[in-house]
Ligand binder design. Structure first.
Ligand code: GLY
Length: 442
């Protein structure tokens, strides 16, 4: 099978690495890719990268035709919302990634709330507001803690959660004063958040193992929101049967509702969930694999990935054998560049990637460094080229071992201005994470 992966972050590196280990894959291309993807396993011809404007459906389709691929896998949300999936399918090429219409599940928070209401999916009460006055009334209806979400795509930075009414109002003002701008103001959900991904062909839904990610820049969830600073999987503390409950009450009804509307969702449905004192609630849907959760979920998947994605893309997921998983756990820690998430500095030389990956053998686990915002400079040196630069994943027999390896890997990689969280998976390891419904007195 010949595959083209669209995107160039840590998530796409993890997808490409998983696909490169699938014996049914005879050629693997990525556009635009990154230096890590280009060097996968050091096998020439296995992972080739190509320049492309990911937001141009015609350009992506032309590349897929030129490479004569059997399957296109779209990583990020923006190409999906721009209609890349529609154009690729219209050209007769199988595509893992929803249509532009179905990707509105992520592209518009208001659309997502409408789908959830129609499908009876549990989520926070909310108001869609198009003016500052409407927004202010909604804030006062719920009281603190205030939750304000930009209706449109904002690269993980559209959500403000704060006890400060002025800050919430300022975010509302920023969003609604843009042409066509809207916000969703919603009730605050207590309890830990988890991410559950599901592969779907628009009818059959296959959930993957749950993960937890860490969205704030600082330890203890302090500071600004980011795209995600680390993740781990599986979640030993999660209530038994969580996957089955989420399939029955969240994923399947949502997929059924989109099919009923004539816009079937084919691809990866990502449910961001809060395990609240009143039960499981959807915080948000995304229309693609999460980043950095993918860097812990895919390394644990034993079932070869390409066949599953192809079945989803061709409407035959009902024929898929149940997914199987490796024992053990994975922890990933993001290394971000100077200034992230407000800005990002490019051109800082990165050292120690190979040394980090060499840590694998003697300890019995493995360390994998996934590239995100990296580039090669004119001299061929690896340099920073984005906010989230690298993700270092440790995999081991248990969470403690995986965490140790991930941080040992982080200790090897250096560049000026590098920042990372030091508490990824720490609370879970200390037995301090529980669903709010399981906390006494809740
Ligand atoms: N890790 C959060 C996201 O991918 O949106």
């Amino acid at each position: 099978m010949k595959i083209l992966v669209i995107g160039g972050g840590g998530r796409e590196h993890a997808i490409c690495l998983a696909l490169s280990k699938d014996e049914s894959v005879t050629a693997l291309h990525c556009a635009p890719g990154n230096p890590g993807i280009a060097g996968i396993a050091g096998v020439p011809g296995v992972a080739q990268t190509h320049p492309v404007d990911q937001l141009d459906p015609a350009a992506v389709t032309a590349l897929a035709r030129e490479l004569a691929v059997d399957l296109v896998v779209v990583g990020p949300e923006a190409p999906l919302v721009a209609g890349v999936g529609d154009a690729v399918r219209a050209a007769g090429i199988a595509c893992f990634g929803p249509s532009g219409a179905a990707a509105q599940l992520e592209g518009s928070k208001a659309f997502s709330k409408d789908v959830m209401a129609a499908a009876g999916v549990p989520t926070a009460e909310s108001f869609v507001c198009a003016t500052v006055e409407e927004g202010a009334r909604a804030l006062d209806a719920f009281g603190p803690t205030y939750v304000v979400k930009d209706d449109s795509l904002a690269a993980g930075k559209g959500v403000v959660v704060t006890d400060d009414r002025e800050e919430a109002l300022a975010h509302i003002r920023d969003c609604v004063t843009r042409p066509g701008g809207k916000v969703v103001v919603e009730a605050f959900l207590d309890g830990p958040e988890v991410s559950i991904f599901a592969i779907t062909d628009g009818t059959t839904v296959l959930p993957l193992q749950a993960a937890q990610d860490f969205k704030r820049i600082g330890d203890g969830d302090a500071g600004l929101n980011t795209g995600g600073m680390g993740a781990y999987s599986p979640l030993d503390w999660a209530p038994e049967g969580l996957g089955a409950e989420v399939l029955e009450r969240v994923l399947q009804p949502t997929v059924d509702e989109l099919r009923r509307r004539g816009t079937p969702f084919v691809g990866l449905l990502y449910a961001g969930l809060a395990l609240t004192s009143r039960g499981t609630r959807v915080v948000e849907f995304n229309a693609r694999f999460g980043d950095p959760e993918t860097q812990v979920v895919l390394p644990l998947l034993r079932t070869p990935l390409a066949g599953v994605l192809m079945r989803a893309a061709t409407g035959t997921l009902a024929d898929q054998e149940p997914l199987t998983w490796h024992d053990g756990a994975a922890v990933t820690v993001v290394l971000a560049s100077h200034g992230y998430p407000v800005s990002s500095r490019s051109g800082d030389v990165i050292r120690g990637v190979r040394a980090a990956e060499m840590l694998s053998a003697p300890t019995g686990g493995s360390v994998t460094v996934y590239h995100a915002g990296t580039a090669l400079d004119a001299e061929g040196a690896l340099v920073t080229a984005g906010g989230r630069v690298l993700t270092v994943t440790g995999r081991a027999r248990d969470l403690a071992g995986a965490r140790k390896l991930a941080y040992a890997g982080i200790g090897e990689v250096t560049f000026d201005g590098a920042q990372h969280r030091t508490d990824i998976a720490a609370a879970a390891l200390a037995g301090k994470v529980r669903a709010a419904s399981e906390v006494e007195g809740a």
